[in-house]
Design a protein around this ligand. Structure first.
Ligand code: IVH
Length: 676
């Protein structure tokens, strides 16, 4: 551990701080297992930064403070690769793998050959040159012979070491790998872009490529990039590795990030098993892959096999189905949600993408249609990756048929015919009919009412709700509790047994909790966390119903907009009548004893980001709300505290930028324990 600042000379303290920060940076960005709360990291970082500003001669190129801040470039310089950066031969089937393995063996005169398998990352290939352990150059692949000097941008990637401190580092060597954007980071980047009227990224690969192409490194620094290192370009010095696996182990020791999925396989059947298992986990890896790379493990054998036409004979790409495909938009339909929100959905010529056949894709809202300039009949690029619903990402403009019609927002709701309205400051258009008039809103409202976090009526699924609403057997939630056996048993695809089960589930849901009931009402902007806060503040539905806007704003997690929505909800006579009917139908809850007096986090706003392992996000929110805090979705100057689990991205960066205190999960758990 570093000694305290007071006893160290500034120079010694700067060295110690750099070491410490580099270590914690590595724990966080490479191993994904931070040891200290972020606030502590920030404190150390600030200490180093102020030391360096007092003593500028102490600044070193590898200081963690030097990752950002380089001046914008006029253009990128060209870099000639010492050893060309090759591309890969590919196959899509088992025979291709078997033939390639057989060719490797026969070219090596029948020698034993071991292979490795690893994911083929869908990012941007980058070469890193290290001299005396320092990163001195980073370059793109370019045409394989010449790339571009993107050193200033790559320095901003926190998982790329600026300095390797080990006694076995060769004098000069080049590490190659793939820079990419994790899916979660990509999604949250786009979510923010859509909210702020910015331009969303098409896919994570474009996101990574575009970020590396910024002439201003400060822009690159704002993009959540990371890098997996997968091969040694060349080396000058002592180290003569024997195998690909040895290279990977050494990279890890030198604190590069390598892919944890790299495996040795001895034969075709082990290889196929790997490829199948990886394909099955493709959606859950957290980053885009377009296949796997199979390599000959022994580097001497690799050298002997050599390359032809810019492709090595010692490696083979096994391609998985593409996660993007082009198809034609035959129509755009408008779906109506619970609150009347109208979402445009593209009806597509069915297309095989990401391993499934897709015939619908979301278009989010009218702004998105405008941004895409979508016309009916357009050829579009569709993306389906991970568990995210298929999206239209771009229009192939030059394939537009003559006379194609632009997509316009309908003036009337496609379900009930009520006027569609779109407030000027909102991206979302809505059906003005309300649940009383619009069957689509009724159906969605009932789905919400029966959903897991609301009354949790098991077995009351989409099809049954559709049938009940279409037959006008259920109009308001209370009607659910008046259903009888015969009515249910006579619905399509229902029988005596399933009707019994559903009735029992309905019966069970009658005894609920106040937070669930408030959430179940489906008031706009009232999610589970707000419902919980309201329940704890008001204790009964009646108190909530009679609360004024001012009284509502007093509740943690409730701002003027939410307060307005709640009032609007209770001002609608039908809503109150439906609620009264619900209570009359026997739905009951234990009233909550209202907490009086000041709560410890009253007036504070907390933000949760990244993954939490020891409790769910809902629980975390509930605990914070109970202590009086508001829990917000984004970081701003008003944020009091950020809790960041592994995988935290832009919110964490924003917090650091605004000097907002950050704690990790361990610190958060200790905090909660202290406030039990
Ligand atoms: S090894 C001789 N390993 O695939 C090339 N490449 O189509 C050796 N790629 O430009 C490359 N993941 O950008 C290798 N685990 C991996 C990879 C990988 C992605 C990319 C790389 C290369 C392209 C070739």
């Amino acid at each position: 551990m570093a000694k305290r600042a007071s006893t160290d000379s500034p120079a010694a303290r700067a060295v110690a701080l750099r070491r410490l920060l580099n270590h914690h940076n590595y724990r966080y960005h490479v191993l994904d297992t931070p040891e200290i709360p972020d606030a502590e990291y920030d404190r150390l970082f600030d200490e180093l930064a102020s030391l360096e500003s007092e003593h500028p001669q102490l600044v070193t190129a590898d200081s963690p403070t030097q990752r950002v801040g380089a001046e914008p470039l006029a253009q990128f310089d060209t870099v000639v690769h010492t050893v060309p950066m090759l591309s890969l031969d590919k196959t899509t089937d088992e025979k291709g793998v078997a033939d390639w393995m057989a060719r490797c063996r026969s070219r090596l005169d029948g020698a034993d050959v071991e292979f490795t398998c690893e994911p083929k990352i869908d990012g941007v290939a980058v070469a890193l040159l290290y001299e005396a352990g320092r990163l001195v150059l980073a370059a793109t692949r370019g045409d394989g012979q010449r790339g571009e000097d993107i050193t200033a941008n790559v320095r901003t990637i926190k998982s790329v070491p600026l300095l390797i401190e080990a006694d076995d580092v060769p004098a000069r060597f080049e590490v190659r790998g793939e820079v990419y954007m994790a899916r979660r980071d990509f999604e949250s980047f786009n979510e923010r872009a859509r909210e702020n009227g910015g331009k969303p990224l098409i896919n994570p690969r474009n996101g990574a490529a575009g970020s590396l192409r910024q002439l201003d490194p400060r822009l690159t620094a704002e993009r959540p990039l990371t890098m997996f290192c997968y091969s040694l370009g060349w080396t000058e010095g002592e180290w003569q590795p024997q195998t690909h696996m040895e290279v990977m182990r050494r990279f890890e020791r030198w604190q590069f990030r390598t892919n944890p999925e790299v495996r040795l396989v001895r034969n075709e059947s082990e290889c196929m098993a790997y490829l199948e298992a990886l394909a099955a986990r493709r959606d859950s890896l957290g980053y885009d892959i377009d296949g796997a790379v199979i390599k000959v493990n022994a580097l001497a054998q690799q050298a002997e096999l050599g390359a032809v036409t810019r492709k090595p004979r010692w490696a083979l790409a096994f391609k998985y189905p593409a996660e993007e495909a082009t198809t034609v938009v035959n129509d755009v339909e408008f779906q109506v949600g619970r609150t009347g929100a109208i979402t445009p959905v593209a009806r597509l010529d069915p297309v095989f993408v990401g391993g499934v056949t897709v015939s619908n894709a979301t278009l989010h809202n009218m702004d998105e249609i405008g941004r895409l300039d979508l016309h009916i009949g357009d050829t579009v690029m569709v993306r389906r990756a991970g568990d995210v619903i298929p999206q239209v990402v771009s229009v192939v403009a030059d394939k537009r048929p003559k006379g194609a019609e632009a997509v316009a927002l309908p003036e009337a709701c496609p379900v009930c015919g009520s006027p569609v309205v779109r407030p000027e400051d909102e991206a979302v258009a809505r059906c003005s009919g309300g649940a009383n008039v619009c069957a689509a809103q009724r159906k969605e409202g009932l789905r919400h009412f029966a959903s897991r976090l609301a009354l949790d009526i098991e077995g009351l699924g989409d099809k049954i709700i559709d049938a009940l609403v279409e037959r006008d057997l259920v109009r308001i939630p209370a009607d659910i509790f008046r259903l009888d056996h015969d009515t249910l048993a006579n619905l399509p695809r229902m029988a005596a047994k399933s009707a019994d089960n559903l009735l029992a589930a309905i019966e069970r849901s009658r005894n609920t909790t106040l937070p669930r009931l408030i959430y179940a009402l489906g008031i706009r902007e009232v999610g589970e966390a707000t419902a919980l806060a309201l329940a704890q503040h008001f204790g009964t539905v009646d108190n909530l119903r009679s609360a004024s806007e001012e009284a509502l704003i007093d509740v943690p997690d409730v701002g003027p907009i939410v307060a307005r929505r709640i009032r609007e909800y209770f001002e609608v006579e039908e809503n109150v009548a439906a609620l009264v009917a619900l209570v009359e139908s026997g739905v009951a809850y234990e009233p909550i004893e209202v907490v009086v007096g000041e709560r410890p986090l009253q007036g504070q706003t907390w933000v949760l980001t990244g993954t939490l392992e020891s409790l769910t996000r809902n629980d975390a929110k509930a605990r914070l709300t109970a202590l009086g805090a508001k829990v917000a979705g984004s970081v701003s100057k008003k944020t009091s505290q950020v809790v960041a689990g592994p995988g935290a991205g832009s919110k964490l960066e924003k917090a650091t930028e605004l000097s907002i205190p950050v704690m990790d999960e361990a610190a958060f758990v200790r905090f909660l324990e202290a406030h039990e």
